[in-house]
Write a protein that binds this ligand. Structure first.
Ligand SMILES: [Zn+2]
Length: 259
């Protein structure tokens, strides 16, 4: 089996573990870059907890991303275009077998995330702790600062914060705009996207990194909820955040070099 697909299945099953409380039922969706032209994405209606190779569809980047050029599309038009974007699961080219498996409605969102430099795996989940934040009146204030060093090492200097937007193409367009703004401001792709009244997206180079980012984002949400019970969060200064962030980058680079 394709190595990226194998890692994607393992990552999805772990993220779907009920004990972690990241998703229930068929909530959430995951994806991985297969090659420069195509990616694997969860099929509609499957559960992360038990998903296997049959639960993923291989789709073409151009076939999915060109949907962003269209003005308003009906749900049926979107369904047809997503189905047309499917490619042969073995070669990544040509027509897909007529297996009736339909890519997730959030496939466009995944295509945008996987198009960012250094992003090979993506997981979108609805953790209870994260949604306690994204569904709260304090959401934007609560995520406007960083709380502790390991949060910065795993989740980066800042999340992308997306105001509530209709799921599907409007949400995909909004995430694209805000992720590129983050890229301009921080010089690197975001690792965490928080969507108001919706949930979390973790973006990483590897499947393990995506799991780690999800776990740390959820821990941060729990810490925040505790901090609000004790008078509100005390954020780190921007200088302290920058110091940890650049230092962690340095460590990471050294690790890549095998030092
Ligand atoms: Zn969702």
């Amino acid at each position: 089996m394709d190595a990226a697909l194998q890692q994607l299945i393992t990552m999805s099953n772990r993220l779907g573990d009920p004990a972690l409380d990241y998703v229930i039922l068929a909530e959430g969706n995951t994806s991985a870059r297969a090659d420069p032209h195509s990616f694997w994405v969860k099929a509609s209606g499957t559960e992360l907890r038990t998903i296997d190779a049959n639960g993923f569809v291989r789709v073409s980047f151009p076939g999915v991303l060109e949907m962003l050029q269209s003005a308003a599309m009906t749900d049926e038009q979107i369904r047809v275009r997503l189905s047309d974007a499917k490619v042969d699961p073995l070669t990544g080219r040509g027509a897909a077998p007529a297996d009736g498996v339909q890519p997730s409605v959030e496939t466009v969102l995944h295509a945008i995330c996987l198009s960012l430099e250094g992003v090979n795996f993506v997981a979108h989940t609805h953790p209870t702790a994260i949604n306690a934040l994204t569904c709260s009146a304090a959401f934007e204030t609560a995520v406007s600062g960083r709380l502790f060093p390991d949060e910065i090492v795993l989740c980066g200097p800042a999340p992308v914060v997306v105001p509530y937007t209709d799921p599907g193409l409007p949400l995909a367009r909004k995430v694209k705009e805000l992720a590129h703004r983050h890229l301009d401001e921080h010089g690197e792709a975001p690792r965490v996207i928080l969507m108001q009244n919706h949930g979390l997206i973790a973006l990483g180079q590897s499947a393990q990194q995506v799991e780690n980012i999800t776990a740390m984002a959820v821990k941060t949400a729990r810490v925040l909820i505790g901090a609000y019970a004790l008078g509100g969060p005390h954020f780190m200064t921007l200088a302290a955040v920058a110091r940890i962030h650049t230092r962690s980058d340095e460590l990471y680079r050294r690790k890549l070099l095998g030092e």
